[in-house]
Design a protein around this ligand. Structure first.
Ligand SMILES: [Cu+2]
Length: 182
C-alpha cells in the first residue's frame, strides 16, 4: 500500500524501539507511532486512493483489470483504517474507573466502535449502561446492562453513551461519564 501512496510509510524497528533509554527518544518513538496512526485515517490517504482509482478508470476499458486491483486495495485499506480507528480508552486514565471521573471525557474525540475499558477492583464498583435520564438523576433504568468484573470493555455506540456506577452514592460523587461517539 505504501508504494501506491495510499498508506503511511511502514514503521521501522527504530521507530518503535528507541535506541536510547532517554525521555526524549521514547517520546519521539511515541510521537512517530501516533503520526502513523493518524496518517492511516487521514482524508489525504483516502483522497489519494480515489485519485488513483479515477486515473485508472480514465484510461478506458483496457484498464478494467487494474481498476479491480485498485478497488481491492482500497477495500483492504478501508479495513485497515477501520481497525486503526477502534481505539481503546482507559476510563479515568491511570486512576481507572473511580469517583470524580465525570470530567474525564472532556476534550477527547471518540468514534463509534471505540472501546472504553473500565478498570477497577472487582466488587468495589460496577458499570451500568444508562440513558440520559439515568445519567442526570443517577438512576438505573429497568433492564440496564450491568458490568461488574473490574476489567470491563464496552464498545461505544454512535451518539451519546452514558455510564454510571450504581453503588449507593458513587454516581452522585462523580462516578459517571457521558461520552459522545461520532
Ligand atoms: Cu462505584
Amino acid at each position: 500500500m505504501y508504494w501506491l501512496g495510499v498508506a503511511p510509510e511502514p514503521l521501522g524497528r527504530e521507530h518503535l524501539v528507541p535506541d536510547k533509554d532517554e525521555d526524549f527518544y521514547i517520546k519521539e518513538a511515541a510521537n512517530m507511532l501516533v503520526r502513523a496512526l493518524d496518517c492511516s485515517q487521514s482524508s489525504e490517504v483516502k483522497s489519494r486512493a480515489s485519485q488513483i482509482s479515477n486515473k485508472l478508470s480514465n484510461e478506458g476499458r483496457s484498464s478494467a483489470m487494474k481498476m479491480k486491483v485498485v478497488l481491492v486495495l482500497c477495500i483492504v485499506m478501508l479495513i485497515q483504517t477501520e481497525v486503526a480507528h477502534a481505539a481503546v480508552y482507559n476510563v479515568g486514565g491511570s486512576g481507572g474507573w473511580t469517583f470524580n471521573t465525570v470530567g474525564w471525557p472532556k476534550g477527547k474525540r471518540f468514534r463509534a466502535g471505540d472501546i472504553l475499558a473500565f478498570n477497577y477492583p472487582s466488587g468495589a464498583h460496577n458499570v451500568v449502561v444508562v440513558n440520559k435520564d439515568g445519567y442526570n438523576k443517577c438512576s438505573t433504568p429497568r433492564g440496564a446492562k450491568v458490568y461488574n468484573k473490574g476489567g470491563d470493555k464496552v464498545k461505544l455506540a454512535k451518539g451519546q453513551n452514558y455510564f454510571i456506577c450504581n453503588f449507593p452514592g458513587h454516581c452522585q460523587s462523580g462516578m459517571k461519564i457521558s461520552v459522545f461517539a461520532m
